[in-house]
Design a protein around this ligand. Structure first.
Ligand SMILES: [Zn+2]
Length: 253
């Protein structure tokens, strides 16, 4: 992702409260290779709420790419790998603990149909069908090629809400807290509403991503909506998400 510096925020980006101590927020988690941060961005209470589903998602759906990036960082520091997590490889029934050389470079990430607010379909009850996209991160030269088994999405809500959180942080970094009506998105991220698939899905119409960067994003004005097209693991072949951030205010008459 292109480097940039962002000004500190005047209040918490989730509850908008000012005056209490706030900590920085990564736009994309450091564990996924994100290096950009927003300063003074999140109060302790909101950090606890949003950190819970994000950490669960990083430890589950993003376990393989997260571990590959950690292995790359350790190699760059000249240190050997510490204990690696167990993963189930394609064709196996039970998880095993591969070595650093055997750790799978090929994994899958879930994608969904376009967000309900963009497609006009009601996504408030059941989560839409997940579509697993095969991704491959070419880091290092493994002695043996192994492939992580595609796992059913244990918690589609937490996974999609984490993607919404990262997209929201990118929108705030680029356009500030006044970028659009952020109330519904902030309610979603703080667990006050549960229709995440109204907000998160594939780009509509479907679009590919440049494979130049690990992650990339672009803000779009999609009718009356501000959206973020978020290409996570674009260089690994993952298809982008499009996240509705909120309704753009009507142009002044
Ligand atoms: Zn807060």
């Amino acid at each position: 992702m292109r480097p940039a510096r962002y000004a500190p925020l005047p209040c918490c980006m989730y509850c908008l409260a000012a005056g209490m101590p706030r900590s920085e927020e990564h736009l994309i988690p450091q564990a996924l290779g994100g290096r950009l941060t927003l300063r003074d961005a999140v109060c302790e209470s909101c950090r606890r709420i949003t950190g819970r589903y994000e950490q669960a998602t990083l430890d589950r759906e993003f376990l393989v790419p997260k571990t590959l990036l950690a292995l790359k960082r350790r190699r760059a520091r000249g240190k050997g790998p510490s204990r690696l997590p167990a993963v189930t490889l394609a064709g196996d029934d039970a998880p095993c603990t591969p070595t650093a050389d055997d750790f799978p470079r090929t994994f899958s990430l879930a994608a969904f149909e376009p967000a309900g607010l963009l497609s006009g379909l009601d996504r408030s009850s059941a989560p839409p069908q997940a579509d697993f996209v095969a991704c491959r991160l070419n880091l290092g030269t493994p002695r043996r090629q192994t492939v992580a088994a595609s796992t059913p999405l244990a918690d589609p809500h937490a996974y999609a809400t984490s993607i919404a959180k990262w997209a929201y942080a990118l929108a705030v970094a680029q356009r500030g807290l006044d970028c659009c009506d952020t109330q519904p998105m902030r309610d979603l991220l703080l667990g006050r509403r549960h229709d995440v698939f109204a907000f998160v899905g594939a780009p509509s119409p479907r679009a590919g991503a440049s494979r130049e960067w690990l992650h990339d994003f672009a803000l779009r004005e999609h009718g009356s909506w501000l959206t973020v097209s978020l290409a996570l693991f674009a260089c690994a072949g993952m298809t982008p998400f499009e996240v509705v951030i909120g309704r753009l205010s009507a142009p002044a008459a």
